[in-house]
Write a protein that binds this ligand. Structure first.
Ligand code: ZN
Length: 271
């Protein structure tokens, strides 16, 4: 069983203007090819022709049991997320978590304006995923995306479960420390490359992740498998994951069990 806890249905530079329906078909084709059972789809911090809104994604996926939708917070977009509507979607289980994009949008995650967002997450027990580390956009500000800031909110909002996306790349050691210290923080291993890994870079990353695990202790409790598809190739990412050499129990936890629990994914109907 594999849950990919981090995929997108946006259009990037390669395929501008492609209809969402085509992207959904491409997602299911990639999942079938690589035997991925379930995908967690994260919507964007912008809504436009290449970045479908959460309303559009929810409608297009129509509760497909192979997918879970996480709503991207639009906090600096000209059309900001209406928190009343966000909470309604969470209450109705159309959306099972919130993704925030510090760095891409210029605010730190301990900004007081986000208190209302964290309150909704705590009330409905849905995780808050946080973009951390390197940004795909040159206009983004890295400082806001540093994983050490997750410690601030993890302490201030102990009832909220936070996910550090991309292991905070390249601040792996900081991420390891935040995970080690805070039981309410998780991390996904997505987006560590673009496309497929080169041999040297894959070797480098395997060592970084092994270093993190040595420091943290029990990776199965907090790490989750994710890719950042379509920005990365699913096959290449599965090879990378297997190359990390975890024991069977830890592998299973990272591959799907921890995500199933965190996002409340009913894996029984996941296929
Ligand atoms: Zn992503």
């Amino acid at each position: 069983m594999i849950i990919d806890c981090h995929v997108h249905l946006n259009n990037y530079a390669e395929n501008p203007g492609r209809p969402t329906r085509d992207n959904i078909q491409a997602l299911f084709a990639a999942m079938d090819e690589h035997h991925v059972d379930h995908a967690v789809v994260l919507t964007s911090y912008k809504a436009n022709v290449d970045r479908p809104s959460v309303e559009h994604i929810v409608e297009e996926l129509a509760g497909d049991p192979r997918t879970t939708v996480i709503e991207g917070l639009r906090w600096r977009d000209h059309e900001r997320t209406d928190l009343f509507n966000l909470e309604e979607r969470i209450r109705d289980k159309l959306v099972r978590g919130i993704k925030i994009y510090p760095g891409y949008e210029p605010y730190p995650i301990n900004d007081p304006s986000l208190e209302a967002v964290y309150t909704i997450a705590a009330k409905h027990d849905v995780p808050v995923m946080i973009h951390c580390g390197d940004t795909y956009a040159k206009g983004a500000k890295l400082r806001y995306a540093h994983p050490l800031l997750v410690d601030d909110v993890a302490v201030d909002y102990p009832d909220v479960k936070f996910v550090i996306c991309h292991l905070g790349n390249p601040w792996f050691q900081d991420t390891a420390q935040v995970l080690y210290k805070n039981d309410n923080v998780y991390a996904d291993i997505s987006g560590l490359t673009l496309g497929s890994f080169s041999v040297d870079f894959e070797r480098y990353l395997v060592q970084r992740v092994k270093d993190m695990v040595t420091y943290m202790g029990e990776p199965g409790k907090q790490l989750m498998y994710g890719t950042d598809w379509p920005l990365v190739d699913m096959g290449s990412y599965l090879r990378f994951f297997r190359g990390l050499g975890f024991d069977d129990e830890t592998s299973e936890n990272i591959a799907w069990k921890t995500a199933a629990k965190l996002f409340k994914i009913d894996v029984g109907t996941g296929r």
